[in-house]
Design a protein around this ligand. Structure first.
Ligand code: CO
Length: 658
């Protein structure tokens, strides 16, 4: 086994025995992107990065990841920042270190496949605004979803980093799908597409250090492009995985400055730099300069610490137990809790690998982790001995149709057939590149924001995020007041807020973490509460398990729990109207109840419409997945109880057919 060459590590005494640095490990810093995306819900503000930008530039990083992933979304949605401007700002201060971004293939920096014209324009504008390295990935590792963006990256003379999402079939690399041959083939495919570097993207912290060694070594023997390892710390293995990968000859690794490292983020840079000192793979980075930057981030963390999920220990052992990404696990837990079905967790874990296999053994990464996870919950809760996949989400239907791309193994034909029955685009799945079935989107976007958007960058913000993008453009051009919670906070604001939270804790309001809340029941309602002008989201449950009543001020006998508004991680577009109780169903019809709590996306029928059994009555969104609610019988729609956009509780009567 090849090892890193190291001399005597007692410095000073044996300098003449020092090993020459033949192959320094290159470091990409992720603090400005994946660091705060992983720890603080991507809320890092441009002004906080600008202050330290010049010092970061002096560190000697191979590159800095500063943009892409979820940043584009959160900047315009929650921070009132123009994502393009933020990028240009950084470029002014960071003149030597190349910039890198995470690009979700045809999904760009959004959550669906965009049409080719949008993808082309987006990459072109990112390059023009200062992006150097494009790290491209696709949740299904279907590289047809790379074709359009890579063409433009190359045309602009920029660096194309091709990524393979690291996934497992069992608990180690190997088995029938995600084995060494799979990854070597993917790497060859990427090299054939012109990849300048190849990234192993281990987004859930699944890579075992010895597998990292074997994989990197084999990749170095198979492809010429430099190999880059990205591994989240989530399971606690990433430090070791980086070291073993370095021993195997990996060229570039990803780290964060230590204050924004570890947990679901990445290994910290300082211990790695110290570890490699005096070896032939010495990074050459100066710990003192890194310390200047880390001290700054230690200080600025005060602004963000309320966003850190401190309920879990630093290591998420569930990743080791179930190979389930942390975010996915909390989604499953929340969904089951909302359904009062936490006792079904074991059954969900049992069925998860089955559902995943039936759906093509997809890697579990956003958005596929959510798609597979929520479908598993639906199967566990709603399937009958006679019927499986009784409640199939719209996203599973899209996956079965081929809209996300080609799955690692074919989707189970029975599941696919059932999912596509009555599917709007057609019942026969496509085999072409998904974007081939999408019409151009840019002309319509341009028209929609005519008079509001001043340039293509503005139009793209809207094209990617119509609702929040338009709202942002209104903020940008002063047509709408920027809400207080979107405006930047100073350290003084942070101190004041801390005082406020203390006050809230001491008074009527009890902070969630300070007091163990009882299990949430069906009567839980969410209220917006203002304390000293500060906005809180308060969940209120009626004690005694009374049936949900109309939304009103908290009754005296309630046990409120409070969370500062900013901590709410749900990236919902606009706050949905407060839930209201459904009116009593009219007599003489069949009441269709909500099978789960969620939000009405839209009713597909109105009062008086004739429906057949099995017709879709409405679309109910739960955990970001859309569920079509079908009519249980033929008849006339007698009553529609909610409006589009309203939240409903489990068992609320949504519609009456008779
Ligand atoms: Co990542």
């Amino acid at each position: 086994m090849e090892k890193v060459q190291h001399g005597k590590l007692i410095s000073g005494l044996l300098d003449d025995e020092k090993v020459p640095v033949t192959n320094p490990v290159k470091i990409q810093d992720l603090t400005f992107r994946d660091g705060h995306q992983s720890l603080f819900a991507t809320r890092g503000r441009n002004e906080d990065f600008m202050e330290i930008a010049e010092e970061m530039d002096k560190c000697g990083f191979y590159s800095m990841e500063v943009w892409g992933g979820a940043t584009f979304d959160t900047m315009h949605r929650f921070l009132g920042e123009d994502p393009w401007q933020s990028l240009r700002n950084l470029k002014e201060k960071i003149k030597n270190t190349p910039f890198s971004m995470l690009l979700r293939g045809q999904n760009l920096v959004g959550y669906r496949n965009y049409a080719d014209d949008v993808a082309e324009a987006f990459v072109d504008r990112a390059a023009e605004n200062g992006m150097d390295i494009f790290r491209v990935f696709d949740a299904l590792n279907d590289y047809r979803n790379f074709e359009t963006v890579v063409k433009i990256i190359k045309k602009k003379g920029k660096h194309f980093q091709g990524s393979m999402c690291y996934s497992l079939t069992e608990d180690r690399m190997g088995g029938p799908v995600y084995n060494l041959e799979y990854y070597l083939q993917k790497a060859k495919d990427l090299e054939n597409m012109g990849a300048d570097t190849i990234c192993i993207k281990d987004m859930a912290g699944l890579i075992n250090p010895y597998d990292a060694y074997v994989l990197v070594k084999a990749l170095k023997e198979t492809v010429k492009a430099p190999i880059h390892l990205h591994s989240h710390f989530t399971s606690g293995m990433a430090d070791m995985a980086l070291l073993k990968a370095i021993e195997a000859g990996v060229d570039i690794v990803d780290t964060c400055l230590s204050p924004w490292a570890y947990r679901t983020s990445h290994p910290g840079i300082e211990p790695l730099v110290a570890t490699l000192r005096g070896t032939d793979r010495d990074t050459g980075l100066d710990l003192k300069q890194l310390a200047v930057c880390s001290e700054y981030f230690e200080k600025v963390s005060a602004k963000y610490k309320h966003l850190l999920d401190t309920r879990m220990s630093i290591i998420d052992i569930n990743v080791l137990l179930h190979q389930t990404p942390g975010g996915m696990l909390s989604n499953l837990y929340n969904q089951l809790r909302d359904m009062n079905a936490l006792d079904k967790m074991d059954e969900v874990f049992r069925q998860l690998p089955i559902v995943r296999r039936e759906l093509g053994q997809v890697p579990l990464v956003t958005p596929t982790s959510q798609i597979v996870g929520i479908q598993t919950v639906n199967n566990v809760l709603f399937d009958t001995p006679q019927e499986r996949y009784k409640m199939t989400t719209a996203q599973v239907k899209d996956l079965c149709y081929g809209l996300y791309g080609k799955t690692a193994v074919p989707i189970d034909p029975e599941v696919q057939k059932k999912a596509l029955k009555g599917y709007a685009r057609g019942e026969t799945p496509i085999t072409v590149r998904p974007a081939d079935v999408l019409e151009p989107e840019l002309p319509k976007a341009e028209k929609d924001v005519e008079g509001l958007a001043k340039d293509l960058d503005d139009i793209l913000i809207y094209a990617l995020y119509p609702t929040t993008g338009k709202r942002f453009l209104k903020w940008k051009y002063g047509l709408e007041e920027i809400p207080a919670e979107v405006k930047p906070k100073t350290m003084e604001d942070v101190m004041r807020e801390e005082e406020l939270v203390k006050k809230a804790k001491a008074g009527l309001l009890v902070e969630k973490s300070a007091k163990a809340a009882p299990e949430k029941g069906p009567g839980t309602r969410i209220f917006n509460v203002f304390v000293d002008g500060e906005y809180f989201e308060v969940e209120v449950e009626q004690v005694g398990g009374a049936a949900p009543a109309v939304a009103a001020a908290p009754a005296p006998r309630t046990a409120p729990t409070v969370t500062p508004k900013a901590a709410a991680p749900a990236p919902a577009a606009a706050p949905a109207p407060a839930p209201k109780a459904a009116p009593a169903p009219v007599a003489g019809g069949t009441a269709v109840q909500a099978p789960m709590p969620g939000m009405i996306i839209r009713y597909e029928v109105k009062e008086g419409d004739e429906v057949k059994e099995g017709d879709t009555l409405l679309i109910l969104e739960a955990m970001k997945m859309e569920n079509s609610i079908a009519s249980p019988c033929a008849g006339t729609v007698k009553q529609v109880n909610f409006k589009d956009g309203q939240n409903v509780q489990k068992d609320d009567v949504l519609i009456v057919v008779g």
